[in-house]
Design a protein around this ligand. Sequence first.
Ligand SMILES: [Fe+2]
Length: 295
Amino acid sequence: MERVTQLGYLGISVSDISAWEQFATQTLGLQVAQREADGTLLLRMDEYHHRFLIHPTGKDDAAYFGWEVADEHALKGIAEQLKAAGVEVRKGTSAEAEARRVVDLICFKDPSGIPSEIFYGPLMAYNTPFRSPRQISGFVANQQGLGHMVVTMDDMEQSLRFYRDVLGMRISDFVHVVRPSGEKLYLVFFHCNPRHHTIAFYGAPNPQRRLNHFMLQTQSLDDVGSTFYLCQDQGVPINRGLGRHTNDHMMSFYMRSPSGFEVEYGYGGRVVDDNTWQVQHHTSGSMWGHRPLSR
Ligand SMILES: [Fe+2]
């Protein structure tokens, strides 16, 4: 079985591209890698040419996921797995490969209809080291992918089978929480490399948006602390204050992006070794903190 190896890039459709440029560079500390003719902003965080493609197309949600595989052989194999599962797969055009700066890609939709791509051969930028516009130490990315994301899916069980049995991801754990309102929330967390989770999701029919949040992991706890106070100085709303998660042990906080969904900014996530990892479950999302602040 072929497996995706990481979340290589994330396409986001936004309504306010200039607010996003300000937020991405001056708050998150991402670097502008390229401005495209159509206004798309390519953002960089590590040795990859870019990790985020911010499109000024107005939906304020994830536009597509970009999953990486090792090589051409793996791309062909995973395309066969998708077809065998009844998924319609299209080979990406050379214009699409050029726009993503990859050697080749395939395009399909996940069970919730989320546009998804699998590629190999990303453009690397070793010749020009990543330089954050902010005074931060940088991000934990590269082989662990750009970070993680939490997404709303139409059908939890169908999505679980798809990401596990077709894309080859492994379950890290489950979290069942009962909110103070009595609302029950059930999430499943998947990994595809040592990062504890790359995608997590919960089920909800007809969600307002797919993307609940994406997470960036910094190389230093100071980066999380300084960014927490920078958000206050800049008037960036902090939805949930500092806390540590039960499952990935990430110490983090959540801010609101200009698109309304959240960005988790964290440090110290534990890694998963598939030789020893055993699936866990939790009845709380946090050991401490992550208390709701402004909304
Ligand atoms: Fe998260």
